[in-house]
Design a protein around this ligand. Structure first.
Ligand code: AMP
Length: 539
């Protein structure tokens, strides 16, 4: 049967066109890499995105070609988001926190032709330049005055590249299933895997993300995206802001508590998004100067589990609702959001916080189910846990130039997370499949233990790993970093934990360490720790 409805393509360029026509005056503020504050509007951003597209055309970039970026959250990166994808090329955001060998591997695997680089990451590029096989030009994202001397061939200054280009560009009417953006997972083992987002998946994801039941973004929202544009498209915020006319306050490279606080108060931020470590930094800073946030209504936390103590602190000290969200690179990234509901907000505070600690319900477009190892679907009872599978129009169907199909099961994607689903389809992550601790046939969630441990007033960060044990196969080992000027002993910690978790969950040992290793996306790097402490409980 033929459709009687129009079949207009969903394109990244249509988001920009919409922004220009409908809210060209909405502001985009950036703390620049150069240090100062830059301000302009969506209208001006669109003119400069057109200049980017013209410049890339002049450099010979064709539809489908990959263009890399190594850049912070700034207005120039935003221009690349729309300029590159809009012209039909592929925006390939690279995470500069990866090891140099991984950055090289990723740029070569993607066959990036042009690489846009912030000043901060120039030393990295200089170090690996000899190994980059396909890059024809490197564009330094700054102006003539601050352009450093770079000892590499084909280096161009961003502002000089676009200076003489026209502000007019006819955005092509592409196939909505054409590739728009590429992002590699930062897997802890093996080579990173590429996820190629299409125009369609990107627009649908933005539509889902901005909805009231999800991140709730509108023309009166002032967004601080701390979550980087070099990791899963800053959770889709650049696109969702273009769709809605929200004001953007980009933090650039300054992600410390003091800089974030300053930006939040000056720009009257209402919605801030980031991983728990960033918010820990901000909360500790605010405590140290005895300050309160005055404008923030909601803080979205994802990437790792939000601890109960953080949910409580934002509510009680800053009057901000912590929206717990879950997703992954393979999901563009949004999967579930624990958004406020009438029923949730009516609960007594502590009961509500406990509910907020769950990762939330799927955004419309995402379906979830949990299965056992035999592939049987498990009940939604809030207790039974299993492998979490997802499907939807913005979820990866296969990895880019990679034949590994091991995560794809009958049209579903196996997330590698272990979770419960309750009667209302609220999802709670129990653990990463590889991090869950198997003690004498019982499972222990390292995430739950960590979240209880960081609730102790002396603890800054906690990490729980399963280590080999002669009797129980594996037992939990707790590693803690103390807050400055605080003390805690193993006995005090075990005593504290025993008030919150089952006896057999209590760690067999507690170690106080100076540092904990993290992945390029801020998650605890447990593989290394498991190796390091493999013999800790063995005779
Ligand atoms: P990435 O692809 O780097 O964004 O990592 C995705 C993984 O991060 C997920 O599969 C989860 O294991 C973890 N993750 C993301 N959000 C959360 C959350 N809210 N709570 C616990 N784990 C999370």
């Amino acid at each position: 049967m033929t459709s009687h409805m129009m079949d207009r393509p969903l394109l990244v360029s249509s988001l920009l066109a919409h922004a220009v026509q409908n809210h060209s005056q909405a502001e985009i503020v950036t703390r620049r890499v150069e240090g100062d504050i830059h301000r302009y509007t969506w209208g001006e951003a669109a003119l400069r995105a057109a200049k980017v597209a013209n410049a890339l055309t002049r450099l010979g970039v064709k539809p489908g070609d990959r263009v890399g970026t190594l850049a912070w959250n700034t207005y120039r990166h935003l221009e690349l988001y729309f300029g590159i994808s809009g012209m039909g090329a592929v925006l390939h955001t690279i995470n500069p926190r990866l090891f140099p060998e991984q950055v090289t591997w990723i740029a070569n695997h993607a066959e990036d032709r042009v690489l846009f680089v912030d000043l901060t990451f120039l030393p990295l590029v200089e170090a690996i330049a000899d190994h980059l096989k396909t890059i024809e030009a490197i564009v330094v994202m700054t102006d003539g005055d601050t352009m450093p001397k770079v000892n590499l061939p084909n280096v161009i200054c961003y502002e000089e590249l676009i200076a003489r280009e026209s502000t007019q560009y006819h955005w092509p009417e592409l196939d909505e299933r054409a590739p728009a953006a590429l992002c590699y997972t930062s897997g802890t083992t093996g080579n990173p895997k590429g996820v190629m987002y299409t125009h369609r998946s990107t627009v649908l994801h933005a539509w889902g993300a901005q909805a009231p039941a999800a991140l709730d973004i509108g023309g009166d929202t002032v967004i601080l995206p701390v979550v980087p544009m070099f990791h899963v498209n800053s959770w889709g915020i650049p696109y969702a802001a273009a769709m809605t006319g929200a004001k953007l306050a980009f933090p650039g490279p300054a992600l410390d508590g003091k800089s974030l606080h300053e930006l939040i108060e000056r720009e009257q931020v209402t919605l801030a998004l980031g991983v728990p470590t960033v918010w820990l930094g901000l909360l500790n800073y605010l405590d140290s100067i005895n300050a309160r946030l005055t404008t923030v209504k909601r803080v979205v936390v994802g990437g790792s589990a939000a601890p109960l103590s953080m949910i409580r602190a934002f509510d009680q000290k800053h009057g901000a609702f912590l929206v717990h969200a879950w997703g992954m690179t393979e999901m563009s990234p949004l999967g579930t959001v624990n958004a406020p509901t009438t029923e949730l907000m009516a609960l007594p505070a502590e009961e509500r916080y406990a509910r907020q600690a769950k990762q939330g319900r799927p955004v419309f477009g995402v379906e979830l189910k949990i299965i056992d190892d035999a592939g049987k679907e498990l009940p939604r009872d809030g207790k039974t846990f299993g492998r979490l599978l997802v499907r939807g129009p913005w979820i990866v169907g296969n990895y880019y130039r990679n034949d590994d199909r091991s995560s794809f099961v009958d049209g579903w994607f196996d997330t590698g997370d272990v979770a419960t689903l309750d009667e209302l389809n609220t999802m709670q992550i129990v653990d990463r499949k590889k991090d869950v601790i198997k003690s004498g046939g019982e499972w222990i969630s390292s995430i739950d233990l960590e979240n209880v441990a960081v609730g102790h007033p002396a603890i800054k960060e906690a990490c729980v790993i399963g280590v080999p044990h002669p009797k129980w196969d594996e037992r939990p080992l707790l590693l803690c970093i103390l807050k400055d000027n605080h003390a805690c002993t193993k006995e005090e910690m075990l005593d504290y934990l025993s008030g919150h978790v089952a006896k057999f969950w209590l760690p067999d040992d507690v170690l106080f360490v100076k540092d904990l290793p993290h992945t390029a996306t801020g998650k605890l790097l447990k593989v290394d720790l498991r190796k390091q402490y493999a013999n800790h409980l063995m005779p």
